[in-house]
Design a protein around this ligand. Structure first.
Ligand SMILES: NC(=O)c1ccc[n+]([C@@H]2O[C@H](COP(=O)([O-])OP(=O)(O)OC[C@H]3O[C@@H](n4cnc5c(N)ncnc54)[C@H](OP(=O)(O)O)[C@@H]3O)[C@@H](O)[C@H]2O)c1
Length: 305
């Protein structure tokens, strides 16, 4: 008979076809058995099925990167955004608590209004201005209300080779158009889905699977790449690196027009300041967060490969 110490851990990952979900399939694989379910296999809107699936899989770690992420559509689809980002998260928290497993969940800079002058820390007051931000805050609140063991990771400006994101859009537009205009007065840190997944795996391995579980530092953490930039500078970095790698662009990366956010109105307001202070995550879990430029190079290399 195998001892408990030799038992292969099981991970249940929702939203496995999303940017972060896709990378979690890779980063968690060396740690144990990964049951990765996409929306067709595990729809967060069907909460009774959700409970049944979690109880059947009985994971050691329940990882939830699935979310309603259509930020602008959420403004007119509020009920569904809340159901996925709020209600279903509460259901997952309840199931994780009753199984005694760790819940890993992801949240967003959109819980803040972006008016702070410096980077946000976890204890800063929240004040989401978009329906998406409010629905994601409902998810954070639901986890706190249930009170099990949970790692809630707020991140920002996520991009992965698998999925849709700003970097891919810029690469496409720069090949189609001669002139690009990009917002230059919103600040944050581009963060690759791979970094988020790798840090998740590191924390889970070092502080949950092979550690004293009673000592796990449950709570809310900010996770973004180091450094900061704006969308215009980010676009320039993506396109300059792609051009250096031989991609033929119609737009010159050095001549992207910087514009204010007010010149590019969208249905959902974006925080002007999306900078997240990561001290708590680095100090609690001993994690090194590389500079965002490194992520840009990794991402573009992945997209071009
Ligand atoms: N993307 C960003 O810039 C960003 C920034 C800050 C925080 N976050 C947070 O980071 C996490 C991961 O984001 P991401 O960029 O990986 O998002 P993503 O690429 O949009 O992936 C989200 C996944 O959730 C799935 N999903 C949507 N509704 C669902 C439902 N009812 N049931 C089951 N699955 C459903 C989607 O399925 P389909 O593939 O079928 O659509 C998609 O695969 C989310 O919590 C998000 O809020 C993201």
């Amino acid at each position: 008979m195998r001892s408990e110490a030799c038992k292969v851990p099981t991970f249940l990952v929702t939203g496995s076809n999303g940017q972060v979900g896709f990378e979690l399939r890779r980063s968690l694989a060396p740690l144990g058995r990964v049951v990765a379910l996409d929306r067709a296999d595990c729809d967060l809107l069907r909460t009774s099925d959700l409970r049944r699936i979690v109880r059947a899989v009985r994971p050691d770690v329940l990882v939830n990167p699935a979310a309603y992420t259509a930020v602008d559509k959420a403004e007119s689809d509020i009920d569904v955004a809340y159901a996925v980002n709020g209600t279903a998260v509460g259901v997952l928290a309840e199931e994780a608590k009753s199984l005694g497993c760790l819940l890993v969940h992801y949240s967003t800079d959109y819980v803040f209004d972006g008016r702070k002058e410096s980077a946000y820390v976890e204890s800063d007051p929240v004040n989401p201005e978009s329906a998406y931000g409010k629905s994601k805050l409902a998810g954070e609140d639901a986890i706190a209300a249930v009170g099990g063991t949970a790692l809630v990771i707020r991140t920002s400006w996520v991009a992965g080779a698998h999925g849709s994101n700003f970097a891919k859009t810029m690469l496409r537009l720069a090949q189609e158009r001669e002139h690009l205009r990009v917002v230059a007065d919103q600040f944050g840190a581009p963060t690759t889905a791979a970094l988020i997944a790798d840090v998740t795996a590191q924390i889970v391995a070092r502080h949950w699977l092979f550690a004293d579980r009673d000592a796990f530092a449950s709570g809310l953490y900010h996770l973004v790449a180091s450094g900061e930039t704006n969308w215009h500078e980010y676009a320039t970095a993506v396109l300059a690196y792609a051009a250096a790698k031989g991609v033929v662009l119609r737009s010159d990366p050095a001549h992207i027009e910087p514009i204010p956010a007010s010149a590019y109105p969208l249905p959902a307001p974006r925080p002007a300041n999306s900078r997240l202070d990561t001290s708590k995550l680095r100090e609690t879990f001993g994690i090194h967060l590389p500079d965002w430029h490194q992520g840009v190079q990794y991402l573009v290399d992945q997209i071009l490969s």
